[in-house]
Design a protein. Sequence first.
Length: 638
Amino acid sequence: MIQLDGVTLARGSRVLLEAADLRIHAGWRAGLIGANGSGKSSLFAALRGELGTEAGDLHLPAGWVVASVLQETPALSAPALDYVLDGDERLRTLERRLAAAESCGDGAAIGECHAALATMDGYSARARAAELLAGLGFRHDEMEQPVASFSGGWRMRLNLARALIARADLLLLDEPTNHLDLEAIVWLERWLATYPGTLLVISHDREFLDGCVSHIVHLQRCRLVAYPGNYSAFEKQRAEQLAVQQAAHARQQREIARIDAFVRRFRAKATKARQVQSRLKALDRLQRVAAAHVDSPFDFSFPDPERAPNPLLGLTDAALGYADKPLLEPLTLQLRPGQRLGLLGPNGAGKSTLMRALAGDLKPQAGRRTEGYGLEIGYFAQHQLEQLEPDASPLAHLSRREPRTREQDLRDFLGRFDFDGNLAETPVERLSGGERARLVLALIVRQRPNLLLLDEPTNHLDLDMRHALATALAGFEGSMVVVSHDRALLDSVCEEFWLVADGQAQPFDGDLADYLDWASSRMRNQGTRPDTGREDRRRSREAADSRRQEWIQKRRPLLRECTRLEQEIEQSRRQLADIDTRLADPLLYDQSGAAAMTELAQTRANLTDRLATAEERWLEAQLELEALGPLETAQAVP
C-alpha cells in the first residue's frame, strides 16, 4: 500500500500538507480532490519522487512502477502509434533484447524473448495501443502520422495514451480530461473503471469521478482524508459530517457562553476564585470546533436582466469559418428570452466558432447576424486571456469599465469573488487559471447580461466553484448558450440541445444520454472522424436529416403524451392520498358523515380507475418509444 505518516509538504514558504496521514491500498481507484492550489499536484510530484517531504515518511511498495502523463511532447518524427508504445518500457526492453539476439544469431536468447513476449501478451501490444488511440479520438490513418504533425491538445492525448499503456503498478493522472471531448471523456471513464492497478486521479469533473473511482481522498486544510465510494458518496458522507460538526459547534458555543457567564459573574469573589480558575482552564482546554459554514462553497448569483428583447439574437443563413474555408454550412438560429441551450458535438466541429459568431467576434462569411434592441451579452471565452489584459489587475479591469464608481465599491464587489487585499491589485498574468476564470465571471456578473455565452466555463474551476456556477446559472433569469464537457453542468442548466457536427448545427431532440449513444454509434460505424468531400457530406446529411425528421415526428407526440400522463398519474396519486387521509378520520363514520363517506368512496373508485388507465397507456407509450429505437438507429443507412 501507499503510506503517508506525518508527512509535511511545502512549496517555498507555503505549507501544503502538514503532519498528514494516509493509506491507499493496492487496487484502489482513488480520486484526489481539493481546492485549486491546495497541493494535489505537489502530492503527485512527491509520489513520483520529484519533491521531497519536509517531515514524515512517504512509502511506496518496493519495485512499484509509477506512470503519469508527460506535460511536454517533443516534435518527433516517430509515428504516433510507436510513440504511444514507447510508454510500455518492459515491452520495448524485451524488443531490444530480441533484436540484439537476432543480430548475433543467439537461438536460445531468441526463444527466451519470444516466450517472454507471449507471456506478457506483447504480440497484441500494437492492437492495444491502436485501441487506446481510437478511444481518445484518433483516426486509423492518423496513428501512423508523425508526432510533430499534431497540435498541442492532440499531443496531450498521445501522452495520455502513452501513460495508459504503461505496465504500471501506480497510475497518476492529473486532470486527464482537460484536452478531451465529451465522447473521449466517457470512453476514458469506462476504461479506468476496469483498471487493474492502483489509480490516483485528480479531477474536478464529478460525473467522471462517479464513473471510475472506488474511493475519494479529500485534501483540505493541509490534511488528507480517505472516503469509500465515488464522489456522490463522498458528498453524502461529508454533508453528514458537517451536520454533526455544526451541531457540535452549537453545543460548544453554548458551553463556552455558560462558562464565560460564570467567570464574569464570580471573578471578583474570593470565595469563588478556585471555581473560576477551574473553568478558565476548562475553557482553554476546550477544543474549538469550526463552524460548518467555514466549509461552505463559494457562491454568487447573476442579477435579473433589465431588458429581454424578443428575439435576443439571430443568425440567418449564416456560413461560419475562417479565411476561405467555411466550417459550418449556412444555419439559422434565433435565441429568445429564457432559452437555455447547450451545444454538443466533437472537438473541432465548430462549437467555439458558433459561439464566437453569436458573440460578434466572428463575422459570418455569408448570411447575417441580428441583435435585438437592448441585447447585453456576457461572453466567457474558452481561453480567458482573450478577454483579459495580462498586465492589468482585477481592480484595474473594473475601474476602466466604471471610472466613476468609487474604488471601495469596486473592491467590495471583487471581495465577493475572493479577490481581497493584494489579490485585487495583482496583474492577471500572475493569477492562476482558476482565479482568471473567477475574474471573467465577476466581470460578466457586473455587466448584468440578458444573454450568457459560456464556452467551457468550468475549465480551471475546482469542484466547489463548479457547483457555485451551476447554482448561479440555475437561478439566472436570462438566456444562455453553453459549451461544456462537464455533464453535471449541462444536465443542471440546459433545457435543449443543438448538435454541431459534420459542418452543420441543428436541433438535437434528446438528452446527454442520447447524444452519447449517437456518438458511440458514430464511432463504431465510421471508425474515423468525418473526412469526406463536401458533396458527399451534403448528400449524407440530407439522407440522415430525412430519417431523423421522420423519427422526431413519431417520437415527439409520444414524449408529450408521456409527460402529460406522468402529470396525470402524479395528480391522481396525490388526490388518492388525500382521500385516504380523510377516510381514515373516525369522525367521518358518524351518522352525520355517511353521505360524505359515500361520496369520497365513489370519488376514490373513479380516481383508481383513472390512475390504472393512465398507467396502462403510459406503459404502452414507453413500449412504442422503445420500438422506435435510439437516434442512431433512425439515422443509420438502411
